[in-house]
Design a protein around this ligand. Structure first.
Ligand code: FES
Ligand SMILES: [Fe+2]
Length: 418
C-alpha cells in the first residue's frame, strides 16, 4: 500500500495535485475515509413516521435510511443478500417491507429477512433466515436533526467526532426553539471535479467569493464584500478538530432585504433564549462549513443549504442538496428560501455554477503530465491563527486558508492510518 502522507506537506503548507486526480488515492479513500468517518445520511424530518424511508449513499454504496417499527433510525446497505440487487428502488416512501425485484426476497424495517419465495420446495426449509438479513451500518446517531452513520464500529461517538465544530453548527441548528426541518425533495446532479474540491472550499475558502462570484454579487445576489462585521469577533474562520472548518461573517446591513432583516432580528431574539450568549451573538451572519469528509452547510439570512459531495470517481462528484429552514418559519420566509435556493445554491444557482465550473477545470489542469509535478499553495494565514476564549478552534479573520489546510491535514492523518 502506498504512503500518501507525503502529499500533504505540513511544513510548507502545500498539497500535491495527485490528491485530486489519482485513481489509486480515490480507491484508498473509499476505505480509509468513507469506511471510517461519520457520513451524513439525512434529516430526521425526512422520516417522521414508522416505515418512512429515504435512499441515499455512503460514499459509493447505496443505503436505505429508515425509521423502524420501534422508532429507531436505521441504515442498511441497499443490496439484497441473495444476489445483491437493490431492494429499494424509490427515492423515498413508507413501507413495512422491502421486496427485492429479482427473486422476491423481502426484508422488514429492522432488516430481518422475512419472506423467501419457494422456501419449502426449493430450499427444503434449510435456509437460515436469521443469518441473511440486510447488512446494517452499525453506527447511526443524530445531532439536532442531522443524522449521520458510520461503518466503523470502533469509531468515536458522533458528538466526539463533531468536537468543537458543534459550537458553530448549532448556530443554525439550535438558534430557534422549534429546530430545523429539511425542505421536501432533493436536488441531485453530477458534475466534473474531485469531491474534495467542494468540501475544502466550504471548510474555509472565503477568499474566492469576491472574485469568482463577482457576477452574482454585481446583480445583488451576493454582498459587495464578504467581510461586513468585526474581525476576530463576528468575522472569522475556524479550523476545528477532525478536519472540520467554519467561516463566519456579518453582512453589511445595507445588503440585507427588509423582510429578512426583520426575520433575522426575531431569530436573534429567540437564540438569546435558547443558546449561551457567546453563540447567540453570532446568529446574524453568513455561515459556511464542512464536516469532514463530505458534508457542507451554508446559511445566510434565514436561508440554509445542506449538501453532500458524493464521490463518483477521482474526477467526478454527485451533489445532493436540501434546503433547511426553521420548523416554525413564516410562509414568506419559506418562499424566500425556496427562491434563494433556486437562484443561488442548486443546479440552477449562479453561485453553484461558478463553483462547479472551476472545480471541473482544476481537475482537468491538475491531470496534465507537467502540472501534476507542482504543488498547490495553502499558505494564506499560516502561523497567524489564534485561539480565543469565547470561540473554539484556531481562528483567523477572513480571508485565510487555515481551515482549508486543516481539512487536508486531517485527510493526511486518516489516509496514513493502517
Ligand atoms: S437478488 Fe434479491 S431475491 Fe435474488
Ligand atoms: Fe463559492
Amino acid at each position: 500500500m502506498s504512503d500518501f502522507t507525503s502529499l500533504v506537506d505540513l511544513k510548507n503548507k502545500t498539497v500535491h495535485p495527485r490528491v485530486f486526480v489519482d485513481p489509486e488515492i480515490y480507491k484508498a479513500e473509499q476505505e480509509k475515509l468513507f469506511g471510517r468517518c461519520w457520513l451524513f445520511i439525512g434529516h430526521e424530518s425526512q422520516v417522521p413516521n414508522q416505515g418512512d424511508y429515504v435512499t441515499t449513499y455512503m460514499g459509493e454504496e447505496p443505503v436505505i435510511f429508515v425509521k423502524d417499527r420501534s422508532d429507531r433510525l436505521r441504515v442498511f446497505l441497499n443490496s439484497c443478500r441473495h444476489r445483491g440487487v437493490k431492494v429499494c428502488r424509490k427515492d423515498h416512501g413508507n413501507t413495512k417491507i422491502f421486496t427485492c425485484p429479482y427473486h422476491g426476497w423481502s426484508y422488514n424495517t429492522e432488516g430481518g429477512l422475512q419472506g423467501v419465495p419457494q422456501i419449502r420446495e426449493a430450499y427444503h426449509n434449510d435456509l437460515d433466515k436469521d443469518k441473511w438479513g440486510l447488512i446494517e451500518v452499525p453506527r447511526v446517531e443524530s445531532h439536532y436533526g442531522l443524522v449521520f452513520a458510520c461503518f466503523d464500529e470502533e469509531s468515536q461517538s458522533l458528538t466526539e467526532y463533531l468536537g468543537s465544530f458543534a459550537f458553530y453548527l448549532d448556530l443554525i441548528l439550535r438558534r430557534s426553539k422549534g429546530g430545523t426541518v429539511s425542505t421536501p425533495g432533493t436536488h441531485r446532479w453530477r458534475m466534473p471535479g474531485n469531491w474534495k474540491l467542494a468540501s475544502e472550499q466550504f471548510a474555509g475558502d472565503n477568499y474566492h467569493a469576491d472574485t469568482l462570484h463577482r457576477s452574482p454579487n454585481l446583480i445583488g445576489l451576493g454582498p459587495d464584500e464578504y467581510r461586513g462585521g468585526t474581525p476576530w469577533d463576528t468575522d472569522f474562520e475556524a479550523k476545528c478538530s477532525n478536519g472540520h472548518g467554519w467561516i463566519n461573517f456579518h453582512l453589511p446591513s445595507e445588503d440585507i432585504p427588509p423582510v429578512q432583516a426583520e426575520y433575522m432580528k426575531q431569530l436573534e431574539k429567540e437564540a438569546q433564549e435558547v443558546l449561551p450568549p457567546r453563540q447567540a451573538a453570532l446568529i446574524n451572519g453568513v455561515q459556511v462549513g464542512t464536516i469532514f469528509p463530505n458534508f457542507s452547510i451554508l446559511g445566510f439570512l434565514g436561508f440554509t443549504t445542506i449538501r453532500v459531495w458524493h464521490p463518483r470517481g477521482p474526477k467526478e462528484m454527485e451533489v445532493w442538496s436540501w434546503g433547511l429552514i426553521e420548523r416554525d418559519a413564516p410562509p414568506e420566509i419559506v418562499e424566500i428560501t425556496r427562491k434563494m435556493q433556486c437562484l443561488t445554491f442548486s443546479p440552477s444557482g449562479i453561485f453553484e455554477q461558478d463553483d462547479g465550473c472551476v472545480w471541473g477545470e482544476i481537475t482537468d489542469t491538475l491531470s496534465g503530465q507537467n502540472r501534476i509535478n507542482y504543488p498547490l499553495n495553502y499558505q494564506m494565514g499560516a502561523g497567524h491563527g489564534k485561539e480565543l476564549a469565547d470561540k473554539p478552534g484556531l481562528l483567523h479573520p477572513p480571508s485565510t486558508e487555515i481551515g482549508v489546510f486543516g481539512y487536508h491535514e486531517h485527510w493526511r492523518e486518516m489516509m496514513g492510518r493502517k
